[in-house]
Design a binder for this molecule. Structure first.
Ligand code: SRM
Ligand code: SF4
Length: 553
């Protein structure tokens, strides 16, 4: 039976867009600092968000002045891997066209903030020249494919290639980005174009996320993905992948029927079956996802509403054969943040550098961005972004290690061993002043929260104990607080909801502990449980494991 509810406005905009072109070309030509509502929606597919500086929104509105419009651009970086030339180009763009910072994201991408409309085409041209794109970084398509950065074994070359392979397999056919943003002049008509069948003319109901885990640990939060890929060995068939489906962490206060959900095992696939099986999953979502309510349009709701068994039937219909049963796999280990020095099988070294809340920006105290630029210019290295908002310098020759350490230290970059475990693991989303959805602060107040909680750990005699902190300015959950030991989620302008009991294995949802807590009261709300953990924990038992064992969260 067809759904009698009307489709969302975004569905109409997509349908009329001539494969994601719409009025963007004309809007870019106009003198206005912003773009039309239709272009705003379509530009998301091109990795571009229309924003305004929320710090000055109120005064501008009161003064009846136009808002301070700018754009956020997200660059697709499959598996987070960049050559040093690409790193230098992105660094250059951040100074020349954006606000001087590079924002490393929780999905191994890079965002530019504060780009004016006139900078969009030059920025796209620079990306195109360096074999990068922002196309598909946002919008109702398969987003940047994340992957554990360290598949460091000769036999895992196939794994290392997977993010790029999947990025190519699921990138839409339309040439709209190239025509509108790079070529610019072309009258973009979209005639005689077809789109990949698993997208169709209106693409997916909503965003779709794919992540490739390590077989050993969970640094990408594989159970938070629409499709999570876990390398595994089948008892009869050998090496392949366990596919888990239906994860997602966003919630909406306005819609109580929204929730965070962990992905469940769907099937075991061999390497040469991967694309066709994921295509069938994507096509199932294309057909069954809710196109009438964008708050409930993610694939996790299809899996939750139908149940995994019925969802599997639908995937099998589209695949044209039965799916193999999933296998039993070991619990994935705690997320490895890959920070500090580690040697690789080929004798080169990796140095993981912690970046607080993913924001690389130079100031009077330290200049990490300049340090990384110098390293890219002077040494034959590459870069890999992690899903924990940090950056790894890869391919370092043993003889360059000391000089690289010195260079970082001269720029005031603190070595990872000097950070508290809490600081090291802490994530925060951008929130104010750029994010249109933010209810309150996140990234800007993360340093304060780290200091407050580190002090609270000291008060209860747990100085330096590992504690995983993730903070967001709203329940969309961009820093994945829903699976953290301590998740602090913006609720109102001045309060946060506290979620507790997830953990670094990423396989347990945190539960709501207390609602509407003022920022400065968060440590005292946590104090009794932290103290109890200190007294009653089993050896090195983590806070999240302790809370789950005791039924406290
Ligand atoms: Fe996110 C929307 C930032 C990872 C769930 N996210 C947004 C927007 C675009 C706000 C908006 O819609 O106007 C934010 C841009 C703010 C800004 O000023 O930059 C934004 N999300 C981010 C990033 C940059 C956070 C970060 O600290 O790094 C991450 C970019 C990832 C990337 O490179 O692609 C980011 N977002 C996530 C994740 C984590 C993940 O994917 O591993 C989630 C939770 C997982 C999930 O998808 O369920 C997430 N973002 C959302 C949602 C809720 C979606 C939903 O299911 O309802 C929204 C709201 C939306 O899409 O309408 C959202
Ligand atoms: Fe914005 Fe909310 Fe995502 Fe933070 S969690 S970036 S406030 S959408």
């Amino acid at each position: 039976m067809t759904d009698p509810r009307p489709l969302t406005e975004v569905e109409a905009i997509k349908a009329e867009s001539r494969y994601l072109r719409g009025p963007i070309h004309d809007d870019l030509q106009s003198d206005a600092p912003n773009v039309s509502a239709a272009s705003e929606q379509l530009m998301k597919f091109h990795g571009i968000y229309s924003q305004d500086n929320r710090d000055v929104r109120r005064e501008r509105t009161l003064a009846k002045e136009p808002l301070d419009y700018s754009f956020m651009i997200r660059v697709v970086i499959p598996g987070g891997r960049l050559t040093s030339e690409q790193w230098l180009a992105l660094d250059g763009v951040s100074d020349a066209i954006a606000d001087g910072s590079l924002r490393l994201t929780t999905r191994q991408a890079i965002q530019f903030h504060g780009v004016r409309k006139g900078g969009l085409r030059p920025l796209a041209a620079e990306l195109h020249q360096r074999l990068m794109t922002s196309f598909g970084a946002c919008g109702d398509v398969v987003r940047n494919v994340v992957s554990c950065p360290l598949h460091d074994h000769a036999e895992s070359e196939a794994l290392r290639a997977l993010p790029e392979r999947l990025a190519l397999a699921f990138r839409p056919n339309t040439k709209a980005w190239w025509e509108v943003f790079v070529e610019g002049e072309l009258a973009a008509t979209g005639e005689n174009q077809t789109e990949r069948s698993f997208y169709g003319e209106t693409y997916l109901p909503r965003k779709f996320k794919i992540g490739v885990a390590s077989a050993n640990e969970n640094c990408i939060d594989v159970y938070a993905q629409d499709v999570g890929i876990i390398p595994a060995v089948h008892p009869e068939l050998g090496q392949g992948y366990q596919l888990v489906v239906g994860g997602g962490l966003g919630r909406s206060y306005a819609n109580p029927d929204t929730f965070a959900r962990l992905a469940e095992p769907l099937t075991f696939v061999l390497d040469d079956e991967l694309e066709t099986v994921i295509e069938a999953v994507v096509a199932t979502y294309r057909d069954l996802g809710d196109r009438t309510d964008r708050k409930r349009a993610r694939m996790k709701y299809v899996v939750a509403d139908l149940g995994l068994a019925v969802f599997r039937d639908h995937v099998e219909q589209r695949l044209g054969r039965e799916l193999r049963a999933p296998i039993t796999i070991e619990r994935l280990g705690e997320a490895d943040d890959h920070l500090g020095w580690s040697e690789q099988h080929d004798g080169t070294w990796i140095l993981g550098v912690a970046v607080r809340a993913g924001r690389l920006r130079d100031n009077n105290v330290s200049s990490p961005k300049a340090a990384l630029r110098s390293i890219a210019e002077r040494y034959p290295v590459s870069f890999t972004l992690t899903a924990l908002q940090d950056v790894l310098i890869t391919g370092i020759q043993a003889e360059d290690r000391a000089a690289i350490d010195e260079l970082l230290s001269a720029h005031g970059v603190v070595g990872v061993d000097s950070l508290s475990p809490l600081d090291r693991s802490a994530l925060a989303c951008p929130a104010l002043p750029t994010c249109s959805q933010a209810l309150t602060e996140s990234e800007r107040r993360l340093p304060e929260m780290v200091n407050l909680l580190d002090a609270e750990l000291t008060t209860v005699g747990l100085s330096g104990a590992p504690l995983q902190l993730r903070m967001t300015g709203c329940p969309n959950g961009c820093a994945r607080p829903a699976v953290a030991e301590v998740g602090i989620v913006g609720r109102t302008k001045s309060t946060y909801d506290i979620y507790l009991g997830g953990g670094p294995n990423g396989d347990r949802l945190a539960r709501l502990h207390e609602e509407k807590v003022k920022f400065e009261d968060i440590p005292s709300v946590l104090n009794p449980l932290l103290a109890q953990w200190g007294e009653e924990r089993d050896g090195d038992e983590r806070f999240g494991e302790f809370l789950a064992r005791k039924g406290l969260a």
